[in-house]
Design a binder for this molecule. Sequence first.
Ligand SMILES: NS(=O)(=O)c1c(F)c(F)c(S(=O)(=O)CCO)c(N[C@H]2CCc3ccccc32)c1F
Ligand SMILES: [Zn+2]
Length: 263
Amino acid sequence: GAKWTYRGPEGEHHWSKHYPFCGGAFQSPIDIKSELLRFDPALRPIELQNYNLSPNEQLTLGNNGHSLQISLPPKMYISSLRHRYTAAQLHFHWGSSSRPAGSEHTVNSRQYAAEMHVVHYNSDKYPNISMAVDKSDGLAVLGVFIEIGDFNPAYETFLKFINGIKYRDHKVQVPGFNVRALLPNRLDEFYRYDGSLTTPPCYPSVLWTIFRNHVTISQKQFLALATALYSSYAQDSTATPLHGNFRKPQLVDSRVVLVSFKE
Ligand SMILES: NS(=O)(=O)c1c(F)c(F)c(S(=O)(=O)CCO)c(N[C@H]2CCc3ccccc32)c1F
Ligand SMILES: [Zn+2]
């Protein structure tokens, strides 16, 4: 489709010109405000299958011009939702070295340094993610807030390869690792709401699960994520750094944000 960016003439205020859903309802991300929350005792802990990948398995680590993404094998899935949601890819949103605030979702206006999204599609109903991406029950995305703090060995398993994907459409193969280790310990404490892709085409097709607890990566690891990549091609005359790749919070309207924990 047409190209889009996070700033300038193709920035988020212009997305709806080529991608009408971006100007529609049920958009993501949102600011998760305490007064919106409704405790729902029926919310079951997230259960993940086959997230602990063997190093014999190869994953594709790539720069798609909008984010750092890792392709995920279809053996990985979420088993605790109404339908089976099979993993497709994970990617990140981050700030910059000068402004280390780049999460998409915010909690009472608190913006975290970065946010990871693990994208899954409803494989009970759709044969692949492309068929699922524009269906209201098509996708389930897990969101993890990332703060700067202690070094995180799980994130290092792929961050150490980041200089191999500096430019758009660069890809490298990396050994499989325990993707579960990228998530917080508590998978039973989360926010849940109906929303959309946070990038064009902004389809309102995502069941969002945002974990309450953040994970940490070190300052050095954050700087690698925030400064290593370019959104431009290697052969482009000007190199455009890839940072600040987050959409601002969208209108909640009459949506309710469910929460699985009380205090
Ligand atoms: N924040 S988010 O979770 O809404 C989200 C992204 F932020 C994002 F950048 C991407 S992308 O594929 O890397 C680039 C533009 O689609 C996807 N990609 C998803 C949606 C479309 C699609 C098709 C095939 C594989 C992955 C995706 C995404 F779901
Ligand atoms: Zn995302």
